[in-house]
Design a protein around this ligand. Structure first.
Ligand code: OMP
Length: 281
């Protein structure tokens, strides 16, 4: 199964558009684990076990592991997810972007070392910085398009020529990702939940691509507006040809409780968020 098929299967099996982001921050761990970077694996594995029947993807953010010299725990976590939730694809959030020869190493890191099913990439350096990832035909490559942070507007919202009516940078990227760049049908796009009207625009320009949508929960993105803007595209395509949405939440799920009931609390938030998203379809 390739990444897109994995997403579709998980969406159906778990009746979910929710992705749980794994951004472990030891200072927020419960009880005696607080401040202990040696517990990163245990914390994330408990979250995975508590939510694996509610998600269409997991998304570990590599910086939260690397900052604590915990890459070995990330490897163990990836293996754990494959073991207990083989039906849920894993997106390694690394936001890599570099020249081809270096990108080859990053692709190896994501897909061979960590066994990720997809990786997030910065497309700023152009197609040759993306191409090495496309040599893994079953894997997904999800390009930053219209990110959730306020500063995303600095570049992504600029018009290609300073004239009204010219496409903005993110619109140009969405068009390329839907067409010339999508050699093997592996590409997806990141669009922030904090900008629902731009989700709708990206969906219009890229109707078949999966959209990774972070920004609900801690960043205050509107979950309902996100689904209305992005879910299964506009009316132009039959439902089975439209791309899925992967609505990602990290802190709101991970730190729903600071006590020893953190995994049960994470499950409750994941259940509520899944229901909220599903109601908005
Ligand atoms: O690629 C991402 O996942 C991403 C893109 C984006 O535009 N905004 C964004 O917040 N993210 C990531 O999504 C996660 C958001 O975390 P919460 O705000 O806690 O849900 C973090 O790991 C971010 O690095």
């Amino acid at each position: 199964m390739n990444f897109i098929q994995q997403l579709q299967a998980a969406e159906t099996l778990n009746d979910s558009m929710l992705c749980v982001g794994l951004d472990p921050e030891p200072s927020k761990f419960p009880g005696s684990w607080k401040g202990d970077a040696g517990r990163i694996y245990d914390f994330c594995a408990a979250i995975v076990d508590a939510t694996k029947d509610l998600t269409l993807a997991f998304k570990p953010q590599i910086a939260y592991f690397a900052a604590h010299r915990a890459e070995d725990q990330l490897e163990r976590l990836m293996a754990h997810i494959k073991r207990v939730a083989p039906h849920v694809p894993v997106i390694l959030d690394a936001k890599r972007g570099d020249i081809g020869s270096t990108a080859e190493q990053y692709a190896k890191e994501a897909f061979e070392r960590y066994q990720a099913d997809a990786v997030t990439l910065s497309p700023f350096m152009g197609f040759d910085s993306i191409e090495p990832y496309l040599r893994y035909p079953d894997k997904g490559a999800i390009l930053l398009c219209r990110t959730s942070n306020p500063g995303g507007s600095d570049w992504q919202n600029q018009r290609l020529a300073d004239v009204d009516g010219q496409p903005r940078l993110y619109e140009h990227l969405a068009r390329l990702a839907q067409s010339d760049w999508n050699k093997n049908g592996q590409l997806g796009l990141v669009v922030g939940a904090t900008f629902p009207s731009e989700i709708a625009r990206v969906r219009e320009l890229a109707p078949t691509l999966p959209l990774l949508i972070p920004g609900v929960g801690a960043q205050g993105g509107d979950a309902e507006a996100t689904v209305k803007a992005g879910w299964r595209g506009g009316p132009a395509l039959p439902a089975d040809q439209r791309g899925p949405i992967i609505v990602s939440s990290s802190r709101a799920v991970l730190y729903a409780s600071s006590g020893n009931d953190f995994a049960a609390a994470a499950r409750r938030v994941a259940l509520d968020t899944r229901a909220l998203l599903n109601r908005a379809r």
